[in-house]
Design a protein around this ligand. Structure first.
Ligand code: KIV
Ligand code: ZN
Length: 511
């Protein structure tokens, strides 16, 4: 009979360790609610001891998100375990996740201790966590580089101390599939007590093998997989949730295992994580990349038109990507827009709808047609808003290869229209300089990313910026069919986040 594989999502913890991807409480809650809709079994919501803000964010997730187990990470020390329990104790199903290095390199160089004393500490801390919480997960950090006999002793001892889940991480992405699968098999043979707990794996992607290693572990008896949306995480990232889940779904005979993930929520979750954490998804990314279901060569298109199974091993609808093309234009009325919004998963209130409608008209005025991808972007941009201290009104640019680029920008501050102009290295630079003149504040541009979120020369462009203002990084997003306008909107959005933080605004307004 097919085995259920538990999906442990660590987007909000290992994923959040990506530089610049820090989330506030509201953002964590929003992603956690979506992960619950996606149907993950466990949400690792954070590392509560790492900061008071993270403790509060994990606590909010524990209090409000129903369905999945809510886990908090802790080093194998009392202080961390206390913080983790404080954060998760009000969850419907709380879990404390304790970890300690087990490889010689970690023990000798990082922890500066011997194997025996580390083993004692592991046992003692599992017992300590157990006083608070029935569900305790123990991770043998750097397991794939740990001496096998010692690893078996640690696993056996923590189970005896009360661990309910034992996690075997390939912390540095060193393992290769045959070897990692074999490690799981040998562990199960050597430690029979593993039959009474959940055996988990957690693979990093340094050699691009995180998903392959995870699947090899499933073949050899692992019951829980730790992964992140879009594969984000430390360094090269973690195993991508969507890839593991779809491999099991597309190849059930091979794995004889399944997850309870609602795969139709995958794409929406991927977009939300990318946008909120400011980490773009590469176009050729399996399952969720912009090209994952795009067929460009004539031979492929011909095959697809005859029978989609010639070049498609899964349906885009199965991961929540609508394959039919929506034809919404400026002449589409409210009813058509509402219908299409529901089709792409947004059931908005009247007030929310009106705001989206106004933005839609603005885009539709300049595009021949507004596709379902355009629509998702429009709604997502409208979904997370900070108060608009300044709002974009209009811009003009003069640019070319023989003149110094110049821009004139008008922003609104309440009712007041303010216009300034500036020169720059290029049109976008000139626009940014003009905005700074209006706002009377300068920013250092740390990151700038511009992409077409839909296809065609009239595609909707999305600009993402990360700017440093007064030593703090703020991100901003802007969309428009015009790339310079998208950039200007993103820059203003980043400044608005700065003002929101200055004014003690502690969360995003969700429409
Ligand atoms: O990669 C790792 O080993 C971890 C542990 C904390 C599970 O993230
Ligand atoms: Zn990790």
């Amino acid at each position: 009979m097919a085995r259920k594989i538990y999906v442990f999502d660590t987007t909000l913890r290992d994923g959040e360790q990506v530089p610049g991807a820090k989330l506030n409480k509201r953002q964590k809650l929003e992603i956690a609610e979506q992960l619950a809709l996606l149907g993950v079994d466990v949400i690792e919501a954070g590392f509560p001891c790492s900061s008071p803000e993270d403790l509060q964010a994990v606590k909010a997730v524990a209090e409000q998100v129903k369905g999945p187990i809510i886990a908090g990470l802790a080093r194998a020390v009392k202080e961390d375990i206390d913080a983790a329990w404080e954060a998760v104790k009000s969850a419907e199903k709380p879990r404390i996740h304790v970890f300690l290095g087990s490889s010689d390199i970690h023990l000798q160089k990082k922890l500066r201790r011997d194997r025996e004393s580390a083993l004692e500490q592991a046992v003692e801390m599992v017992k300590y966590a157990k006083k608070y919480c029935e569900d305790v997960e123990y991770s043998t950090e750097d397991a794939s580089r740990t001496d096998f006999d010692y690893l078996c002793r640690v696993v056996e001892s923590v189970i005896k101390a009360g661990a309910t889940v034992v996690n075997i991480p390939d912390t540095v992405g060193y393992a290769i599939p045959e070897e990692f699968g074999d490690l799981i098999k040998r562990l199960k043979e050597k430690v029979p007590a593993l039959d009474n707990v959940i055996l988990s794996v957690h693979c990093h992607n340094d050699l691009g093998l995180a998903v392959a290693n995870t699947l090899a572990a499933i073949r050899n008896g692992a019951q829980q997989v730790e992964c992140t949306i879009n594969g984000i995480g430390e360094r090269a990232g973690n195993a991508a949730l969507e890839e593991i889940v779809m491999a099991l779904k597309v190849r059930p005979q091979h794995y004889d295992a399944y997850t309870e993930i609602n795969t139709r929520e995958i794409y929406k979750t991927s977009r939300m994580v990318s946008r909120t954490m400011n980490i773009p998804v590469q176009p050729n990314k399996a399952i969720v990349g912009a090209n994952a279901f795009a067929h460009s060569s004539g031979i492929h298109q011909d095959g697809i038109l005859k029978d989609r199974r010639t070049y498609e091993i899964m349906k885009p609808e199965d991961v929540g990507i609508k394959d039919h093309k929506l034809v919404l234009t400026a002449r589409s009325g409210r009813a058509a827009l509402r219908h299409q919004l529901i089709q792409v998963g947004f059931n908005l209130s009247e007030e929310q709808f009106e705001r989206v409608y106004q933005r839609f008209l603005n885009v539709a005025d300049r595009k021949k047609e507004v596709t379902s991808e355009d629509l998702i972007t429009i709604v997502e941009v409208e979904l997370t808003k900070v108060p608009e201290t300044f709002s974009f009104h209009s811009l003009q640019i003069m640019s070319g290869n023989t003149i110094v680029p110049m821009a004139s920008v008008t922003l609104l501050r309440g009712e007041e229209k303010i216009t300034e102009s500036a020169i720059g290295n290029g049109p976008v630079d000139a626009v940014f300089r003009s905005i700074e003149k209006i706002i009377k504040k300068s920013a250092k541009l740390r990151d700038y990313d511009l992409k077409a979120v839909t296809t065609g020369t009239d595609a909707l462009a999305e600009a993402m910026v990360r700017v440093e203002i007064d030593d703090t990084i703020f991100s901003g997003i802007g969309t428009s069919p015009d790339v310079v306008e998208a950039s200007a909107r993103a820059y203003v959005n980043a400044f608005n986040r700065y003002f929101a933080a200055e004014n003690g605004f502690n969360g995003l307004e969700k429409i």
